[in-house]
Ligand binder design. Structure first.
Ligand SMILES: Nc1nc2c(ncn2[C@@H]2O[C@H](COP(=O)(O)OP(=O)(O)OP(=O)(O)O)[C@@H](O)[C@H]2O)c(=O)[nH]1
Length: 307
């Protein structure tokens, strides 16, 4: 987890950039997180930045679909869905000053914590630059941002998919250059599928020695011919030592609380005075009252059948 060193700013604003592949649970998380943070007393609002979001179950405070939609783009510019989404991201970047910023500024009296529901196409974060530039400009406007990258925990069940996930997560972290929390979503389903996992859940969350994963890949005859490439990818992920995951069941308050603790440290909210913050939680953060091993055990226990 990359985290922020917080400078003192008057009326700081905070944001979670919720990204992740299609179907990873972004919109569900935004909906559940909105209710959860509202309960905690935060001045929270959801900003929809996905121009193709047709299943919003929340009421967004700002909605990019009022500026541009993927559907309109496809129709008027004769673009396919991916091309249209890229165009929408560029259009949003062009209209940052005259549309996004004024819309957010209008909320300054009532909101200081934003959940940005972002589009799911992975190439927007691994190759294209428009979304990264939108985030960079928000940072310059003194929004304390953290990227929350949701990845379906189902990917743990296949070594090849998990290695691809690691590479994608690392690439996104490097390109976004922001505090970052990688999350394995739908962790409640891990318990059900535990028999399909080759290793304990902490192997996947902590991204432990990847040579064991490579051995499992070599068991698959179709993968053997890519052995050197897979070795190179794993060795690069290990060398950077940046990727690890938190677990999330979006429908569990305990799970949301655990994730909130990590996110608050990453974007610096933990240092904000007042609200639900207690002296104890600040002290725990400052002196590391909980050991890393205790924290890991507490985070993983709800999602595993092993005691
Ligand atoms: N069991 C379980 N299901 C979840 C969880 N989070 C999301 N889901 C389900 O996963 C499916 C996809 O969730 P969405 O929130 O639509 O995913 P998304 O990333 O917004 O999808 P796109 O808009 O296509 O990019 C839905 O059926 C959700 O109910 C979770 O924590 N646990």
């Amino acid at each position: 987890m990359l985290q922020r060193v917080q400078p003192r700013v008057e009326n700081p604003r905070y944001g979670q950039l919720i990204i992740g592949p299609p179907g990873s649970g972004k919109t569900t998380y935004c909906n559940e997180a909105y209710k959860f943070y509202k309960e905690l007393g935060r001045q929270v609002g959801v900003v929809n930045l996905d121009p193709g979001n047709d299943n919003m179950s929340y009421q967004p405070v700002v909605n990019v679909m009022e500026l541009i939609t993927v559907e309109d783009c496809m129709e008027h510019m004769q673009l396919g869905p991916n091309g249209a989404l890229m165009h929408c991201a560029e259009y949003l970047e062009q209209h940052f000053e005259d549309w996004l910023l004024p819309a957010l500024r209008k909320l300054s009296a009532t909101h200081n914590y934003f959940l940005f529901d972002c589009p799911g196409q992975v190439e927007l974060y691994t190759h294209h630059t428009a979304m990264a530039r939108v985030f960079e400009r928000l940072e310059r406007e003194r929004y304390n941002l953290v990227t929350v990258n949701l990845i379906d925990s189902h990917y743990c069940s296949e070594p090849a998919k998990f290695i691809a996930t690691l590479l994608m997560a690392l690439n996104t972290m490097m390109r976004m250059s922001l505090p970052h929390v990688n999350v394995l979503s739908k962790a409640d389903l891990l318990r059900k599928h535990e028999s399909k996992l080759h290793f304990n859940v902490d192997y996947y969350t902590d991204v432990l020695d990847l040579k064991y994963l490579l051995e499992k890949l070599d068991d698959d005859p179709t993968m053997r011919k890519h052995q050197k490439l897979n070795e190179a990818i794993c060795s690069m992920v290990e060398d950077y030592a940046l990727v690890s995951f938190k677990l999330l069941d979006a429908f569990s308050t305990d799970s949301m609380l655990r994730l909130r603790n990590h996110i608050d440290k990453a974007n610096g909210y933990v240092y904000k005075a007042g609200e639900e913050q207690t002296v104890n939680s600040l002290l725990a953060c400052a002196v590391g009252a909980e050991t890393e091993a205790m924290r890991q055990q507490r985070d993983i226990e709800p999602y595993t059948n092993q005691q």
